[in-house]
Design a protein around this ligand. Structure first.
Ligand code: ZN
Length: 59
């Protein structure tokens, strides 16, 4: 029996839904792994703020 893997692959987001920036493979993997909306690393951080770094340091 031949399995058609092409039809079983989940849809990989190509671009950030906010800014339209092309997503890099590691970002795509993180999105698929966490079932998050297609966001680049910048906007993903805005949607889900990380505890520990409350405010950006002023340099
Ligand atoms: Zn973005």
């Amino acid at each position: 029996m031949a399995l058609e893997n092409d039809t079983l692959e989940p849809a990989v987001p190509q671009r950030c839904q906010v800014c339209g920036a092309a997503l890099i493979p590691s970002e795509q993997r993180a999105i698929l792994d966490s079932e998050s909306p297609p966001l680049c690393s910048i906007h993903a951080a805005e949607v889900m703020p990380v505890d520990g770094e409350a405010e950006a340091e002023e340099l």
